[in-house]
Design a protein around this ligand. Structure first.
Ligand code: GCU
Length: 850
């Protein structure tokens, strides 16, 4: 007991301010007592066989020194030769091959059977033996050892760890150019500008790239595509290729290979050809030469990625050539250099006629690709988004995973939270990924898990695996939010082992990121595991998709934006009914793209799970779910449940104060507090929208009834003007106020009619970029609260300049004592485009969240 008490105090008192730059590779000192107790089990001597500067074995030695010094306070002697067995405990780092040629067969019960990138790990018998199938595998094993130590795991073990798939790539949607500044923007990046590009060139200072390389290697990613899939042809100019070479030089020591996105029209845009027809001889020659040139600069380039004929990008269909003809034209010269050609399945028509009941964007991948199965060169891998639409909060798996038997596949995931709260909302993704990967497609009536289709196991391919859009930026903590980094870590874990347990992953990550305090580990795990169901509840449930504004920034709520346009993310909501009819008998036929057993399940309402009901079926709002609730009541309840669950995040996080360093604690607290308010914005916007559309009341009487709110447009306004908000449901009662253009101050005044007492005060307003309006709340002439519209300064979401669901926000202003008849006055002082916009004030009695 005394020991435990001591441990708890030691853990709490060793928190040092941190900025998140080191991610999970902090190598923070273990509590002294633990370190002392286990110091003897760490060998003082390291033997490394065959290390060369600039290659992964040398990095492994550096990491080991750094890690042992940091975690254990231990220095080691490094020798560049020798075997085991001279009595001195040794950490031996080598490739298996080098080891065998230098030291003879390994003394193991069974000789390890290593696959590409796999390693053998043995800490039994007093030595630490790490033998990789190649150099980077030895580095992976070294990171594994350090990760175990950092988590105070000193268990003596012996095992082989092989990856499930050989493609474990990151994608970056980084742009070289950015019209409004000289920095490289990141499309769907929420954490600052590009770490690679600036001013249409490769950055001269690439120090963040070297740090990033360590993080990627530690989670065993083996390649990174550095530029956007919407590729800029100028990436391939001589000057920029030289820069790509510099980037590759920084990744190489960590065994991460660089890859590039290619623009199909480059022969025209960059070269001087007047066609990019893939069957034109000059075009073929142009690409042959270009790809040779690229490999001349980066001989170990992993390969290329291409987005063709999608969302305005050029491709082979432009010339009536097939997708396979297009991909193969570039894949052939890539194959000569041993590279992989990743070809995206995200091909669809974004001008679909929404009036046609049978049109469906979800059908596109299979329609475009199924006839070309087997026509691709051997080094082509089709990269398929996990769902048929676009990284929604819930989708069934892409049907294409069941159709490409003769073509290797990779699944495309998103670490960057494009539709999932853009890192301002907590969303731990591993459970969502697991659900997709564990889905059994029943191809030919046999077990056909998505994970086995993508690893190559199900259809017998050597190639296959994972790609995730990561999009870290120049923010010190990489993804903008400290907690969002669990998704990058978790991606590495799942790409290596699709069966990795989501709770174990978050716990490991937490230990590495925040230390060993059990309370911290349990709380972060609880918050993380809550995050998907919570976000799904307050954004879009029953498979209707994330009801975000798809025409603008994909962030805040706007259910109406899904329909009546060519983008095909339709919900088909009308006054009576909602949902995409994807049945074969009456709908778009999408359900029939699944193999028979799954198709049969989704064809019928009775056998479709509630959480995918509106994905597959169009039903009246009054349709009764398996839960016994109607669709509309489920919407109302789920949105209330989700927003209420979001309120628990702050107290949970606050309970960790003092157990986590102040810097990271305060940073996350700000985001979580914001999320609690934005969850309410989401709840109300979606509920108002469907309440209005269906005309059906909430059985619990909550929707549209807010007895504790005061609409600012109903107050006596001086200098403020009433404005209609678009979309209307993102304002309480559809209106807000803004100070008149050019004014420096505006006020809104009213007399309070609430019973005397103590209330929690909050205000909903709009927080715009390019301006920090300031506000004061006066009660009977006394300032009781003040704030500035400064969320835009520290939140990472894509910005909007309008009063809408992206900018709608809540400020919690503490507690106030009021009496009936008190005067409430709000003073707003505009700044820039932010004309001190206000929606409503709310006085919350104890226990009420509204
Ligand atoms: C989404 C995303 C785009 C991206 C596209 C893609 O539509 O919003 O920014 O370019 O996917 O994956 O290619």
């Amino acid at each position: 007991m005394r020991h435990l008490l001591w441990l708890a105090t030691a853990l709490v008192s060793t928190v040092v301010a941190e900025d998140g730059l080191a991610g999970w590779l902090r190598y923070a000192p273990l509590p002294e007592k633990i370190a002392k107790c286990h110091a003897k089990s760490i060998p003082s001597q390291v033997k490394v066989l065959g290390a060369t500067d600039g290659l992964p074995l040398a990095s492994a030695v550096n990491e080991l020194k750094l890690g042992l010094r940091g975690i254990m306070g231990k220095e080691v002697d490094v020798h560049s030769e020798g075997c085991l067995g001279d009595e001195t405990p040794t950490i031996l780092l080598s490739t298996l091959e080098n080891y065998v040629s230098a030291c003879g067969e390994l003394d193991a019960d069974e000789p390890p059977s290593l696959e590409e990138d796999g390693f053998y790990f043995n800490t039994k018998d007093g030595n630490v033996v790490i033998l990789g199938s190649n150099e980077r595998a030895t580095l992976y094993g070294t990171f594994e050892y350090l990760s175990r130590l950092a988590q105070a795991n000193f268990e003596a073990v012996e095992y082989v760890d092989n990856p499930e798939a050989n493609i474990r790539w990151g994608n970056h949607w980084d742009n070289m150019d950015y019209t409004s500044s000289t920095h490289g923007s990141v499309e769907r990046g929420y954490a600052g500008v590009s770490i690679f590009f600036q001013d249409n060139k490769i950055r001269s200072d690439l120090s963040r790239v070297a740090q990033y390389a360590r993080l990627l290697a530690s989670i065993r990613l083996n390649a990174i595509v550095i530029n956007n899939v919407n590729a800029n042809p100028i990436t391939l100019t001589d000057e920029n290729l030289e820069g790509v070479g510099r980037i590759a030089d920084l990744f190489r020591p960590y065994g991460v290979q660089v890859a590039l996105s290619l623009n199909f029209a480059s022969p025209v845009e960059l070269g001087d050809l007047d066609t990019f027809d893939p069957l034109d001889e000059d075009v073929v020659r142009w690409w042959d030469d270009m790809i040779d040139t690229i490999y001349g600069v980066v001989p170990d380039l992993a390969g290329f990625l291409n987005k063709a004929n999608s969302e305005g990008q050029p491709g082979p269909l432009t010339y009536n050539r097939t997708l396979a003809e297009g991909a193969n034209m570039m894949a052939r010269p890539t194959a000569r250099h041993g590279g992989i050609f990743m070809f995206r399945a995200f091909v669809y028509d974004h001008h679909l006629d929404h009036r046609d009941w049978y049109n469906d964007r979800a059908n596109a991948a299979v329609e475009f690709f199924q006839h070309h199965d087997g026509e691709f060169e051997e080094n082509v891998v089709v990269q398929i988004k996990y769902g048929p639409i676009d990284f929604q909060v819930r989708e069934p798996p892409s049907t294409l995973f069941a159709h490409l038997r003769d073509t290797p596949m990779a699944i495309e995931l998103q670490v960057t939270q494009e539709y999932l709260g853009q890192q301002n909302h907590l969303f731990y993704l591993n459970p969502l990924w697991r659900e997709i990967l564990d889905f059994d497609l029943r191809v030919d009536g046999e077990a056909s898990y998505v994970r086995d289709a993508v690893s190559g196991k199900r259809f017998g391919h050597k190639l296959g695996g994972y790609a995730a859009v990561i999009n870290v930026g120049m923010d010190r903590n990489w993804l903008g939010s400290h907690l969002a980094m669990s998704n990058l870590y978790g991606y590495g874990r799942i790409a290596w082992d699709s069966q990795s347990d989501s709770v174990e992953v978050i716990e490991d990550w937490t230990r590495l990121t925040f230390g060993l305090d059990r309370r911290v580990i349990d709380t972060i795990a609880e918050m993380s595991m809550l995050s998907w169901p919570m976000y799904e509840n307050y954004t879009g449930n029953l498979g209707v998709q994330t009801l975000t504004d798809i025409l603008h920034t994909h962030y805040g709520p706007n259910p109406a934006s899904q329909d009546n346009n060519g983008w095909g993310q339709w919900t088909r909501a009308n006054e009576h009914s909602i949902g995409m009819d994807r049945t074969v008998w009456n709908g778009t036929g999408f359900a029939g793209q699944y193999p028979a057993e799954v198709a049969e399940q989704f064809e019928h309402i009775e056998t479709t799970p509630d959480n995918l009901l509106l994905w597959f079926h169009h039903v009246p709002y009054t349709h009764v779910l398996k839960s016994g609730n109607t669709v509309i009541q489920h919407f109302y309840d789920a949105h209330y449940d989700g927003a209420e669950a979001a309120q628990t995040l702050v107290p949970m996080w606050e309970s960790l104060k003092g157990r986590i360093d102040e810097e990271r604690h305060a940073h996350m607290l700000r985001r979580l507090v914001y999320q609690t308010g934005h969850a309410i914005v989401w709840r109300d916007a979606v509920n108002y929208f469907y309440h209005n559309l269906s005309g059906i009341e909430d059985e619990a009487g909550r929707v549209g009834s807010h007895p504790w709110r005061i609409e600012v447009e109903d107050m006596a306004l001086d200098g403020y003007e009433k404005v209609a908000v678009t979309p209307p449901s993102t304002a309480s009662r559809f209106y807000a106020v803004e100070a008149a253009p050019g004014s420096s101050e505006a006020t809104a005044t009213t007399t309070l009619g609430f019973p005397a007492g103590r209330y929690r005060l909050a205000v909903n307003y709009y927080d715009l970029p390019d301006g920090q309006a300031s506000y004061e709340v006066h009660i009977n002439g006394e300032v009781v609260a003040a704030w500035e519209g400064d969320y835009d300064l520290y939140l990472g979401n894509s910005k909007s300049e309008f009063l809408d669901g992206h900018t709608a926000a809540r400020r919690w202003l503490g507690e106030v004592d009021i009496a009936e008849g008190d005067e409430l006055k709000i003073v707003g002082r505009p700044d820039g485009i932010e004309r001190a916009p206000l929606d409503y004030v709310v006085f919350l009695p104890e226990g009420v969240v509204d």
